[in-house]
Ligand binder design. Structure first.
Ligand code: GLY
Length: 357
């Protein structure tokens, strides 16, 4: 079992990682709280695969469990799901001395976490993430929220969980495209912070990676924990986690959400941006080729056909644009990145390499 402590003063918590941990969730949660009632928020996919197993583990420790299940999919991370959720929590008689368990991928974690942050002005919650993106990124660091018609994650809050329980064996049931999707974020950690992780990924592929998940998740969560400790409100260093995301979000938006997954957008975004910064001499020579090779090993795109002009309108809607300025995250080399503050008018030249560069 691997444990990572995330030190945030009174909001500190532990991340626990172990194969088979789902069946011991009750024991772990019992050590965290004397509450009697738990509301387990999940989606139809996760609930049908693992809901009974989790409930058995929780009731075995004497908890009364309310399962709240909503349809799977990003389109359900919305205000109407949130209102339904509040009503279900209220109908179940959940009080501030009870706990919410967000059991699922990023959508469940964000929506369930936002419900926890706001229902009865805040009740404690625990994350049990079930997808790669949720296990290596979104369940850690307290970003919770919903999408609005005007954009992703536009209503939200920082609200830290009381703990994160990660069972890498749950990844075995993921369809291959979800594996690829998650690998976009995993490769990102190697790029920005952890050359050893990148080197490990270079030796593996989407079929041989399974025995390494505990180690990989630990490395990603450790990187994230240290960044969040130094910049919990995402005003400085935490922005490094956005490497590839500015162009990635634009790709997702430009092609219509659902065409490229989040991880695919991030993958193409990292590769396109690094191609440009390497040509400008800001990134060590050879980095783009190395990055593209790894992305391709995990079935990820390294470019898209859209032009800079087609992508740009989706970037100006990005919440990372502050006034007329934004911050791009660029690689110095594999395992090292830096923040590059930019005026909006300079952005187009970072999206695509021009012929004369
Ligand atoms: N997913 C990026 C962050 O938590 O800051």
């Amino acid at each position: 079992m691997k444990h990572i402590h995330i030190d945030l003063g009174k909001d500190s918590y532990d991340i626990h990682i172990e194969n088979g941990l789902l069946d011991r969730a009750g024991e772990f949660i019992r050590n965290m709280t004397k509450s009697r009632t738990l509301a387990v928020i999940s989606d139809t996919t996760v609930d049908s695969l693992y809901g009974d197993r989790l409930e058995r583990s929780l009731t075995g420790e004497g908890f009364r469990v309310h399962r709240i299940v909503f349809p799977a999919g990003e389109e359900h991370k919305c205000a109407s799901s949130l209102l339904t959720l509040y009503q279900q929590l209220s109908d179940a008689g959940v009080t501030r001395s009870d706990y919410i368990i967000a059991f699922g991928g990023g959508v469940v974690g964000d929506l369930g976490g936002f419900a926890a942050a706001t229902f009865l002005r805040g009740i404690p919650f625990i994350q049990i993430p079930t997808t790669i993106i949720a296990q290596v990124d979104s369940s850690v660091g307290g970003k919770v929220g919903i999408d609005l018609p005007s954009g992703k994650n536009q209503a939200g809050s920082f609200y830290q969980p009381k703990g994160v329980l990660i069972d890498p064996e749950l990844l075995r049931s993921l369809p291959v495209r979800f594996i690829h999707d998650g690998m976009g974020e995993v490769i990102k950690y190697g790029c920005i912070h952890d050359v050893k992780l990148f080197e490990l990924l270079e030796t593996l592929n989407d079929k041989t990676i399974f025995p390494y998940w505990e180690e990989i998740i630990e490395r990603c969560c450790t990187s994230k924990a240290r960044l969040v400790e130094r910049d919990v409100l995402d005003l400085g260093e935490r922005m490094m986690l956005n490497f590839g995301h500015t162009i990635g979000h634009a790709i997702e938006g430009c092609y219509g959400f659902g065409h490229y997954t989040h991880g695919e957008g991030v993958a193409a975004g990292m590769s396109m941006l690094t191609g440009v910064t390497e040509a400008m001499g800001l990134t060590e020579a050879g980095t783009t080729a190395r990055l593209r090779k790894v992305l391709e090993q995990y079935g990820l795109p390294v470019d898209v056909t859209a032009s800079a002009e087609e992508l740009l309108p989706y970037i100006s809607n990005d919440k990372k644009m502050r006034g007329n300025h934004m911050t791009l995250i660029i690689l110095k080399a594999i395992g090292q990145c830096r923040l590059l503050p930019l005026a909006a008018e300079d952005l187009p030249k970072y999206i695509r390499k021009r012929e004369n560069q």
